[in-house]
Design a protein around this ligand. Structure first.
Ligand SMILES: Nc1nc2c(ncn2[C@@H]2O[C@H](COP(=O)(O)OP(=O)(O)O)[C@@H](O)[C@H]2O)c(=O)[nH]1
Ligand SMILES: [Mg+2]
Ligand SMILES: [Zn+2]
Length: 362
């Protein structure tokens, strides 16, 4: 029988729960996110709604996300109402797609992430680097699952292209492998794993295999380009027979980065290490004498492709920082301006009162 512990409830959550001082509510975990409605585990599973107060109060990112622990109000003959969201131990985020400048929370309270990529023409080291960067800046351990090994050619060559990543790597076939013990060894009781990757990579196929049931719809793929249509439309958390949980996600077409230039050091330590040895402190690694990056690229201690990816990310993150800085500044100026307006208004009112007072005194 499932208990809250099956869903990962631990001492840390218990402490957060105590701090909430809401004994009239019950703890529950969000196990499916349908937009306005949620499926929660109490541990028994049911559909819950967000309270009106939270709907108004919370920003989009603070709204309950898959994996969140929440406080629900239970009443007879009524659907449970979510009244609070507990602090998150971790977040999986990406940059917002579109014009909005913000992060977007994909899942909460995750212990490990599988990044799944097929070994066919969808294989892209740069795309993997994006995930690795994003996860390392969120302090989430990642494991790469290279899927569809049954269809792949040049597996060794592809693995070679990933040797600079310093991330565990499993070559597999979700569809044909009868032994998934290597993948299963990462999934331990009480821990939550999220599976990320493009649509059509084989995420839902793997989840069905792990659960031992066809719970998630998988897609008939267009053979020509192996591009998938999105079959998984919402995020859902599954408890595996072996204990441990896995969150299925719809495919991410392009992972927009969210973070700062400083975060790059976590995923590109060799580049930062070399840069410390450049002759000039503000070396742009372009044409300066005594540039350790250039030397590293020439003698092969720095991988050229990785350096290229690093430069792209740096540019992207710098742009993000600049835009965020610009918005912050504008917000600050607007606050200053409205404070001034408020002060002027108060002053005018005070003067008005004074004039009135004089009138009465006469
Ligand atoms: N050849 C082959 N096909 C696979 C493998 N894993 C998944 N597929 C197929 O790839 C398609 C997309 O799988 P699906 O699980 O829906 O991908 P998702 O979008 O990542 O959830 C389906 O037609 C699967 O049958 C594999 O290991 N080998
Ligand atoms: Mg799917
Ligand atoms: Zn340099």
């Amino acid at each position: 029988m499932n208990t809250l512990d099956t869903f990962g409830w631990n001492n840390e959550h218990r402490q957060d729960w105590e701090a909430l001082e809401a004994p009239q509510f019950s703890p529950a975990r969000i196990i499916a996110d349908y937009g306005r409605q949620y499926k929660v585990a109490l541990p028994e599973e049911c559909i819950a709604q967000l309270s009106g107060a939270l709907t108004h109060k919370l920003t989009a990112n603070d709204m309950p996300k898959i994996g969140d622990w929440v406080a629900v109000e239970l009443a007879d003959n009524q659907p449970p109402i979510i009244q609070a969201v507990l602090p998150r131990s971790s977040e999986i985020v990406r940059g917002h797609v579109g014009r909005q400048l913000d992060k977007q929370v994909i899942a909460a309270n995750v212990d490990l992430a599988f990044i799944m990529q097929p070994l066919d023409h969808d294989f892209s080291p740069e795309r993997l680097e994006r995930y690795i960067f994003q996860l390392s800046s969120q302090n989430i351990r990642a494991v790469i699952l290279l899927n569809k090994a049954d269809k792949a050619r040049n597996i060794e060559e592809k693995k070679q292209q990933l040797k600079g990543l310093d991330t565990e790597l499993v070559v597999m076939s979700a569809l044909h492998d009868t032994d998934l013990s290597t993948v299963e060894s990462f999934i331990t009781p009480g821990k939550t794993i999220v599976i990320l990757g493009s649509s059509g990579a084989g995420k839902s196929t793997l989840i069905n295999k792990l659960i031992g049931q066809e719970r998630q719809a998988t897609q008939a793929i267009r053979e020509r380009d192996s591009k998938g249509r999105h079959t998984t439309v919402h995020r859902e958390l599954f408890v595996l027979p072996t204990g441990g949980m896995i969150i299925d996600t719809p495919g991410i077409r392009e992972l927009q980065l969210w973070g700062s230039v400083d975060d790059l050091e976590l995923s590109f330590p060799e580049i930062f290490e070399a840069a410390r040895h450049c002759h000039f402190r503000n070396c742009s690694h372009d044409s300066e004498a005594g540039c350790a990056i250039k030397a590293g690229l020439e003698n092969g201690t720095i991988d050229k492709k990785r350096y290229h990816v690093y430069c792209n990310f740096k540019q992207e993150l710098q742009k993000l920082e600049d835009r965020r800085g610009f918005i912050e500044k504008r917000r600050f100026e607007q606050t200053k301006e409205s404070a001034k307006r408020r002060q002027r208004r108060l002053l005018r009112n005070a003067e008005g009162r004074e004039r009135n007072d004089h009138r009465y005194e006469k």
